[in-house]
Design a protein around this ligand. Structure first.
Ligand SMILES: Cc1cc2nc3c(=O)[nH]c(=O)nc-3n(C[C@H](O)[C@H](O)[C@H](O)COP(=O)(O)O)c2cc1C
Length: 370
């Protein structure tokens, strides 16, 4: 157990050098076995199937879809339904839904379960106006009765476990998650993920994992700690000082799957240029298969900077890639810059499990997430 931290003090800062925690340990959310204590975060506009499958390969024990609109599911919006495609090699997978009506959320959850998700995750964290103005996302933290009704309706509609992802509250300094969290568990949540920033904070400031520790002490379900996990030391410290079952990595994994390997296994070796190019080209190919060339070419541009940053390639090279309008041209330039990537790429492709489902023409969400 974790000692309670003084108010406002981030326990994790105390113990940065402290502890060894085995991230390769498996844990469970009810019947779902999660092979490592690392979860890949849901990120709108990022967490496509290719991202999730890559995350599993690099050591994430659980991966999550980006948030999917319950209204879109209810109206059988073809684009929204595209988000519910599950590949054979991404289990265990959580599909996240957002909405404000218990009945509609329950119906959406049934479809998510039928699609093959191992968990239905509910978004009570999204701070973006487009979502909060509909009464969904983080605003539900200010409406605990409705939030509980949603969890109860969803939990009774599906057999798979239901999880909830939330922020600390709406306003800076809020501790709402500590009041609402236990009620959500009573309503049927089998696990809680806490991103301990307020909705008002968006992504500024730091995640206060002293709150995560408090939440862990209040509930008897596993808690996942999200926010600012960017190294193995940080992951181990947060796990040890909060008692969380797992840590979640979001922005740190953008264009950098190697961070997952580092966090889980302590393998902090920087990837070679050839490895970076092979992984990026594979990601491009998988994303094109998933989204189609037209959507993928726009969607992928941010990934070029993410992958080629970290001092891996000079800035002018990234700029050259971003202006190209076909992914084939991007691939060509990448391979020309690191020809040794080709055999690595062939090996990666040969090792990918076959038979996974892919879908052309998926949409990319414009939402900003949680
Ligand atoms: C671009 C982006 C999109 C996000 N989309 C979602 C989302 O769809 N659902 C959600 O619950 N959280 C979303 N988040 C929040 C992350 O899951 C995570 O909680 C947050 O980024 C803090 O973790 P980090 O410091 O590791 O990035 C998003 C974050 C980012 C940066």
């Amino acid at each position: 157990m974790v000692a309670a931290a003084p108010d406002g003090v981030n326990t994790c800062e105390y113990h940065l050098k402290a502890v060894f925690v085995d991230l390769r340990e498996s844990w469970r959310i009810r019947d779902v076995e999660i092979p490592t204590r690392l979860v890949l975060a849901p990120m709108a506009g990022v967490s496509v199937q290719a991202f999730r499958r890559q995350g599993r390969r690099f050591g994430a024990g659980l991966v999550c879809s980006e948030m999917v609109s319950c209204a879109g599911i209810e109206h059988r919006n073809e684009r929204t339904l595209g988000y519910l495609r599950v590949a054979g090699d991404e289990h265990p997978l959580a599909i996240q839904i957002f909405g404000s009506e218990p009945r509609a959320m329950a119906e959406a959850a049934k479809l998510v379960e039928a699609a093959g998700a191992d968990l239905v995750d509910i978004n009570f964290g999204c701070p973006v106006r487009k979502v909060t103005k509909t009464g969904a996302g983080a605003t539900l933290l200010a409406e605990p009765a409705r939030a509980c009704a949603i969890v109860e309706a969803v939990a009774s509609a599906v057999d798979v476990p239901v999880s909830v992802k939330m922020r600390r509250g709406l306003r800076d300094g809020a501790r709402t998650c500590l009041e609402v969290g236990p009620r959500l568990v009573e309503a049927g949540a089998a696990t809680l993920t806490l991103h301990p920033r307020s909705a008002q904070q968006m992504y500024t400031g730091t995640a206060d994992h002293a709150l995560t520790a408090e939440l862990v002490s209040l509930v008897d379900v596993p808690v996942i700690a999200s926010g600012d996990i960017t190294s193995r030391a940080r992951a181990q410290t947060v796990l040890a000082t909060t008692g969380a079952a797992a840590v979640m990595v979001g922005r740190g994994a953008q264009g950098n799957p190697w961070i997952l390997r580092e966090i889980v296994d302590g393998d902090g070796r920087d990837p070679t240029r050839e490895e970076v190019v092979a992984e990026l080209v594979l990601f491009i190919r998988e994303t094109v298969r998933e989204l189609g060339e037209r959507r993928a070419s726009g969607f992928l541009k941010k990934f070029y900077s993410w992958y080629l940053g970290h001092g891996r390639f000079p800035r002018p090279f990234k700029q050259e890639l971003v202006v190209l309008d076909s992914t084939v041209a991007v691939e060509r330039l990448l391979i020309a810059a690191a020809p040794g990537a080709l055999p690595l790429l062939e090996r990666l492709e040969a090792e990918l499990p076959g038979g996974e489902e892919v879908l052309l023409g998926l949409p990319i969400s414009v939402y900003g997430g949680g």
